[in-house]
Design a protein around this ligand. Structure first.
Ligand code: CP
Length: 309
């Protein structure tokens, strides 16, 4: 595996290999000193043209736990503000000796464009509305472990609820969950669905909630909305938010997930810590292990795992 720009690029086999490798990284992270020499001598550059807390910090942590060197680039204090192009930025940073770029950008397709300008591995940290493959991997890993699965997710019913249209998380999650055998339903008002949906859709959360194994609530992405697509956030919450009454109607084993950052009182109207099925914190914790697995898979070829204590 050279790049991770989408789930489709690695396929079901690649996803399963990364999830199995994540088990090993979780074990490393549970040690008193969660650091191994596996990627000593490698350099990872985090190149973030959009804001991020979880993705940027977990990639930084993941790289450091594997003993790689880390460079972090943020637009606000870079020469992009003097007019430097994306291509010149990539070529400049690559000249310093970079083995992998983690890139987040507001335009769809940028990770593919960038991979023509450097020989380094490219990891998509989120491109426009298009894809967020490491979020999808950590979500799949969280479902797999929380529901006690070891292989795929056959027979599970996942509902992804909310602003599907603007969501790179939704696109990548549909790919990963269906690749692993789960049944996915998209739940949203028609204005927040894409023109063509790859899986069944409904605008009635209450019609599906009692049959779910996973309720995945998306963030309302107000920064990506260019017109009024819902009458009001209050109306959205009434129809699509997780209220206490809906939480009671979820099956006892069902998981409640959210990629963060959460709009409290919009997508979830109860305190997440009071929901027995909420695994939102586990998603974040698993994000580090999943990203360690991705970095090792892309940069560790030919190396021993070198993860023994
Ligand atoms: N889920 C996610 O991508 O969060 P950040 O924007 O904080 O990285």
């Amino acid at each position: 595996m050279k790049h991770l720009r989408s789930i489709a690029e690695v396929g079901t086999e690649g996803v399963l290999r990364l999830l199995d490798l994540t088990d090993t990284m979780v074990e490393v992270n549970q040690r008193p000193n969660p650091k191994v020499p596996a990627l000593r001598g490698k350099t990872v550059c985090n190149l973030f043209y959009e804001d991020s807390t979880r993705t940027r910090l977990s990639f930084e942590t993941a790289a450091k736990r594997l003993s790689a060197d880390v460079m972090t680039f943020t637009v606000k204090d870079s020469s992009v503000n003097k007019g430097e192009s994306l291509r010149d930025t990539i070529e400049t940073v690559a000249a310093m000796g970079v083995h992998a770029f983690v890139i987040r950008h507001g335009s769809s397709g940028v990770p593919w464009q960038v991979s023509r300008w450097t020989t380094a591995s490219i990891i998509n940290g989120g491109d426009g509305w298009h894809a967020h493959p490491t979020q999808a991997l950590l979500d799949a890993y969280t479902v797999r472990t929380a529901l006690g699965r070891t292989g795929g997710l056959d027979g599970l019913h996942v509902a992804i609820v909310g602003d599907i249209r603007h969501s790179r998380v939704a696109r990548s999650d549909v790919e990963v969950f269906t690749a692993l055998g789960a049944e996915v339903t998209l739940v949203a008002p028609a204005t927040l669905l894409p023109p063509v949906a790859p899986v069944p859709t409904t605008d009635d959360l209450d019609a599906v909630i009692e049959k779910l194994d996973v309720l995945y609530l998306l963030r309302m992405q107000r920064e990506r909305m260019t017109e009024a697509l819902v009458p009001s956030l209050r109306e959205y919450s009434t129809r699509f938010g997780l209220t206490a009454e809906r939480a009671r109607r979820l099956p006892e084993h069902a998981l409640v997930m959210h990629p963060g950052p959460m709009n409290r009182g919009v997508e979830i109207l109860v305190e997440p810590s009071e929901l027995p099925g909420a695994v939102i914190t586990q998603q974040v914790a698993n994000g580090v292990a999943v990203r360690m697995a991705v970095l090792f898979e892309l940069l560790g070829a030919g190396r021993d795992m070198e993860i023994d204590e």
